[in-house]
Design a protein around this ligand. Structure first.
Ligand code: S3P
Length: 428
């Protein structure tokens, strides 16, 4: 489906965000292997998280959803999942496939898990290596891509320095570590989001270490929880960017997740001169949430690289869209991981910026986008990637003419209702 976005004069309003996708996946998976009934409020309505719930149903978990954002999971206990008759379909979701593989590695049965064409191109060696070392038998497609066939078993703890900074890989290892005999140690090269660590502790699991090193003792039974999910800051980022770019604009985001390892996008934008106020900040089931107020701003721009990258990896598409409208441009390095996301995001961003008349230099691990450039309307392609579709929809709001987003329906992967919400907040 194509969507035409027309230039807009301003954006204003109070935004009810979808629940955080990353946190929703984790609460659902931990609920499934907990003892007792887990009740989740504010669960993400995204297609990705619906995919996690449907995989869990196939593994014998009687997931119910009594209303929007309300999910009830009768836990089966660590060893209570059942073999699925049919292969599991993780859809577009790397989080579902990689994190669930950690749990499947601990089951005494075989499971096949795959996904859509995008997911079937994504690298899985990063989980196959550690989970195989723990004792799971894993078969994969060509070049270690899905489908994965996982025969779980009696796992042994490992001591694992991770080659890539990835919260999904870290989470798969920690979840498998619950099933292993002994204490599993995992060390990340750079700190990535820590929602799994927070959720495990909420479910009563002891974890040692902090920062980039974590230790988990096997055999600990997670205990069911009543939990609430904050709003998704990665989804908010698109509307925050629109507010900064359009004149006379102001938006408020109540209850958005402000986990210190996820909020780098906010900190970086404030550093660049963005008028973003944290009106309130409060703990929410181990996470941090708060209310943000955002107003139109002139942005300086800057350089994004090194340890910052894993903490704003999902926000790079929208930061790249802001770049031509800044004074000094935005220069991104150390972000080669972007090439193995839902699309090759470096290529998708560069191609679409050029289609809108923006000069950009591409590097293997990033890009350089000079500032003080204007965007013209045109035809852009989502490449089936939800964050590319949303980022270039925001670009369309500030372009010189209408912008057609090819394949815009993929926004439902993380943000169903994005276009209706945008239409309600913006003015022609
Ligand atoms: C996620 C971690 C990130 C991110 C993805 C969600 C998560 O991936 O890009 O959208 O929920 O753990 P990596 O951990 O593989 O970098």
């Amino acid at each position: 489906m194509n969507i035409t976005v027309r230039p807009s004069s301003r954006i204003r309003g109070r935004v009810e965000l979808p629940g955080d996708k990353s946190i929703s996946h984790r609460l659902a998976m931990l609920g499934a292997i907990a003892n007792g009934k887990t009740v989740i409020r504010g669960f993400s309505g995204s297609a990705d998280c619906a995919g996690t719930l449907s995989c869990l149903r196939q593994l014998g978990v009687g997931v119910e959803s009594p209303g929007p954002g309300h999910v009830v999971i009768p836990g089966r206990g660590l060893g209570g999942l059942e073999a699925s008759e049919h292969p599991l379909d993780a859809g577009n979701s790397g989080s579902t496939l990689r994190m669930l593989s950690g749990i499947l590695a601990g089951q005494h049965f075989s499971t096949t898990i795959s996904g859509d064409p995008s997911l079937r191109r994504r690298p899985m060696r990063r989980i196959i290596d550690p989970l195989s070392r723990m004792g799971a038998e894993i078969r994969a497609g060509r070049d270690n891509t899905p489908p994965l066939s996982i025969r779980g078993g009696d796992l042994q703890a490992i001591d694992y320095p991770m080659p890539v900074a990835s919260a999904q890989v870290k989470s798969a290892i920690l979840l498998a570590g619950l099933y292993a005999s002994g204490t599993t140690r995992v060390v990340e090269p750079l700190a990535s989001r820590d929602h799994t660590e927070i959720a495990l502790r909420q479910f009563g699991v002891e974890l040692q270490g902090s920062g980039r090193e974590l230790l988990i003792r096997g055999g600990q039974q997670p205990r069911a929880q009543a939990a609430a999910v904050p709003g998704d800051l990665s989804s908010a980022a698109f509307l925050i960017a629109a507010t900064l770019l359009l004149p006379n604009s102001e938006t408020v985001f109540p209850g958005v997740g402000l986990n210190p390892r996820r909020r780098a996008v906010v900190d970086v934008l404030i550093e660049m001169g963005a008028a973003i106020d944290v009106i309130d900040e409060y703990p929410l089931h181990g996470e941090l949430a708060g209310d943000l107020r955002v107003r139109s701003s002139d942005l300086r721009g800057g350089r994004l690289s090194g340890a910052l990258i894993p903490q704003l990896i999902d926000e790079i598409p929208i930061l790249a869209v802001l770049a031509p409208c800044t004074q000094e441009g935005i220069h991104i390095r150390d972000a080669a991981e972007l090439r193995v996301k839902e699309s090759n995001r470096i290529q998708s961003i560069v191609e679409n910026l050029r289609a809108m008349g923006v000069a950009v230099e591409e590097y293997p691990d990033g890009m350089s986008i000079p500032g003080r450039q204007s965007l013209r309307g045109g035809l852009v392609d989502s490449h089936g990637d939800h964050r590319i579709a949303m980022a270039f929809s925001i670009a369309g709001l500030v372009a010189g003419g209408p912008t057609v987003i090819g394949g815009a329906d993929c926004v439902s992967v993380s943000f169903p209702g994005f276009y209706d919400l945008l239409a309600g907040l913006t003015q022609a």
